[in-house]
Design a binder for this molecule. Structure first.
Ligand code: CA
Length: 525
């Protein structure tokens, strides 16, 4: 913890910096360079390094995060009420794939112990997932999962967990609306997440709009529909992958539960026969995101994640960054970093689609920042975005995914998703992540049942108070106790440990599981 007054400036051209000290600093506090505070400035909030006349650009990350609404004196607290937010960058005349990146040296020799799947992907956990086609079956599935965990799972020591993939979609929705493609492919691709070992079983109600064959059409996965057993003469030993609750042979609730348990048993047997094997670090598919951000997010945790992102890309892995509204204001940086024209254009397409989506709701990207973000020192979305983008490191962006699409390449990928933590996590699951890295400044206990979530604290104060929820303390960077590179390497090594199952994250330890929340921009009926 810093005992002398300390500020952190992100770029030499910046005319504001943030106060690093726990609890903030009082009027009269004087920094090493002689700058004296003329009022109290809370921790993480900005102090004017020079006089900022009315209308002048306030620079952080060497980017105008706002324009002074009145004269601001050196040493004053620069908060959101003093700043006029800049307009969003138009999506034309952007620099497209203009940065010729310096090739980063390959990082070889790093491995983890993972579960290799038939489709070539690698799981970090060995989980039985029970896919559902509609919310109507959620209660029954929950009941059955509880019994499976109590009565069956103890017999299969090599299976980590059983998870019902509950969601609110499936019926009462305009399923043929163009945008319905997003929730449907999201559910389909989550079912195929590498952590589920290709063992797909489905519980369907029967009358819902999202029929099992629409969710998982022939060719995506081999499914045998329980309802067709008699017709096609499948013998009694066949794996029945779809349990339909309205099926006429179910008499009573317990018949449904028994049927789900019997189906689960066959999948558990196959999952239990699997073993971890040594695979290269290039098999990692890491989704990075942030939530409950503060001004330290973009100073400590996100730069450390960005450093680890570069390590992963150098090791040949896949890293996805997301959260459209939190990168929108840095679109020119991102299109410039695109590896090809096509990638840059795909990124612009996703931004334009999201601009139009927000416009339908008569808001714009500024609806993103929360009261907690502002309390933590982030004045507006421009400042938040600059701190968010650094999670993506410095590698060229080699691909773009639309919401719910599955990733099919290595390298740094922009997976377009809302910034909402649960929706972003759900879409990154669909994209095929086998490991999740989550940075937080205000603090969130976020976790997922489907993949391990490594949480990185931006401040030592949070890491101390939430010592059994945060996996890494990047606050040591602000304290001067560790460098961005050191924390980045620590995170990289922790990722390999967690992916190998040798270490559990705190969210796994406590079983903190947030809901799957689908992104459904289509109408509800
Ligand atoms: Ca988020």
């Amino acid at each position: 913890m810093a005992t002398v007054p300390l500020y952190i400036r992100m770029h030499a051209a910046d005319n504001v910096a943030i106060v690093a000290n726990d609890g903030g600093l009082p009027t009269g506090a004087t920094f090493a360079d002689g700058l004296r505070l003329i009022e109290h400035v809370p921790q993480g909030h900005k102090v004017a390094l020079v006089d900022l006349p009315l209308g002048s650009a306030v620079l952080r990350y060497n980017v105008p995060i706002g324009y002074a609404l009145k004269d601001i004196a050196a040493g004053a607290w620069v908060h959101e009420k003093l700043l006029q937010m800049p307009a969003a960058r138009a999506l034309d005349n952007l620099p497209l794939a203009t940065i010729k990146p310096v090739a980063l040296p390959p990082l070889e020799g790093y491995t983890f112990e993972g579960y290799r799947n038939a489709d070539g992907s690698v799981g970090s956990r060995n989980i039985l997932a029970i896919t559902t086609t509609v919310q109507c079956v959620a209660g029954v599935v929950e009941f059955a999962v509880k019994r499976i965990k109590e009565e069956l799972l103890p017999r299969f020591p090599h299976v980590d967990d059983v998870v019902g993939l509950e969601h609110t979609y499936g019926c009462g929705v305009a399923i043929d609306a163009p945008d319905a493609v997003i929730p449907i492919r999201t559910l389909r691709n989550i079912t195929l997440n590498p952590n589920f070992g290709g063992e797909v079983m489905v519980v369907s109600l029967g009358c819902e709009k999202l029929q099992p064959e629409r969710l998982l059409p022939p060719g995506t996965i081999q499914i045998v529909d329980e309802r067709n057993v008699a017709d096609v003469g499948v013998n009694a030993d066949a794996v029945l992958d779809v349990v339909c609750l309205q099926s006429e042979h179910h008499v009573g609730f317990m018949s449904m539960v028994d049927s789900i348990m019997q189906t689960a048993l066959l999948h558990l047997e196959r999952l239990d026969a699997r073993r971890r094997e040594t695979v290269p670090a290039s098999e990692l598919v890491v989704g990075v995101q942030c939530g409950g951000s503060d001004a330290f997010s973009g100073v400590t945790a996100n730069p450390a994640v960005g450093f680890a992102t570069d390590l992963l890309v150098r090791a040949g892995a896949t890293v996805m960054f997301s959260e459209v509204t939190e990168v929108r204001d840095g679109i020119d940086q991102l299109t410039a970093r695109a590896s090809t024209l096509e990638v840059a254009e795909a990124m612009i397409r996703e931004m334009a689609w999201y601009d139009a989506y927000l416009e339908k709701g008569r808001v714009d990207r500024s609806a993103n920042t929360t009261p907690g973000n502002k309390k933590g020192g982030l004045s507006n979305i421009v400042e938040k975005a600059m701190g968010s983008i650094v999670k993506s490191g410095t590698a060229p962006i080699s691909g773009v995914l639309s919401p719910g699409e599955k990733v099919r390449q290595k390298g740094l990928i922009f997976a377009a998703t809302p910034a909402s933590d649960f929706i972003c996590g759900t879409l990154q699951l669909a994209a095929g992540m086998n490991l999740h890295v989550f940075t937080t400044g205000r603090g969130t206990p976020y976790g997922l049942a489907e993949v391990p979530v490594i949480k990185v604290a931006t401040r030592s104060d949070l890491a101390r108070r939430w010592h059994d929820l945060m996996d890494i303390n990047a606050g040591r960077i602000a304290d001067g106790d560790a460098s961005i590179e050191e924390v980045g390497w620590e995170l990289f090594h922790l990722m390999l440990e967690v992916a190998s199952g040798r270490k559990k994250t705190w969210a796994e330890h406590w079983k903190l599981h947030n809901a799957l929340v689908l992104f459904n921009p289509a109408p509800i009926t």
